[in-house]
Write a new protein. Structure first.
Length: 145
């Protein structure tokens, strides 16, 4: 995964491990969630809501587990937009072991812009699309409208 996007460094915690002695697969989704929320913050996502009930919704998430991790250790997780539609955008994730820079997991999610009061998707604000393109330094991500 190339830059830009948003990258976080996170420590593995003892409590992240399961009975088999490795980081539980559900924790990897939590790592991605942390990167996704940092991405939302970086683009100032909440500032684009037309009303208080507008915001992001997660409609799909997947991960490929490449190698197990064990405590102690640290990871680097990157979230990067790879596609922007009219109502949603895709974020790709890459989780690397900081000890050897090996990719331990990768995947993606689909984030939709939602009116929570109406429980339905709505068009992404044009300014949000521009903010995503700016952070990615890629104007070609813009959807054709």
């Amino acid at each position: 995964m190339s830059n830009p996007g948003v990258t976080l460094e996170l420590p593995l915690r003892w409590g992240d491990m399961d009975a088999l002695g490795h980081v539980n697969n559900t924790i990897y989704f939590t790592f991605c969630e942390s990167a996704r929320i940092a991405y939302f913050s970086a683009v100032d996502l909440t500032s684009f809501a037309e009303k208080p009930t507008d915001g992001p919704g997660l409609v799909a998430a997947n991960l490929n587990f490449r190698r197990q991790m064990k405590y102690p250790g640290s990871i680097k997780v990157t979230a990067r937009a790879s596609k922007i539609g009219t109502k949603s955008f895709d974020l790709d994730y890459e989780i690397r072991d900081l000890a050897d820079d090996f990719i331990v997991a990768d995947g993606s999610s689909v984030c939709v812009w939602v009116d929570y009061a109406e429980s339905k998707a709505k068009r992404l604000p044009v300014a949000l699309i521009q903010a995503i393109c700016d952070i990615e330094q890629n104007q070609e991500l813009k959807p054709s409208r």
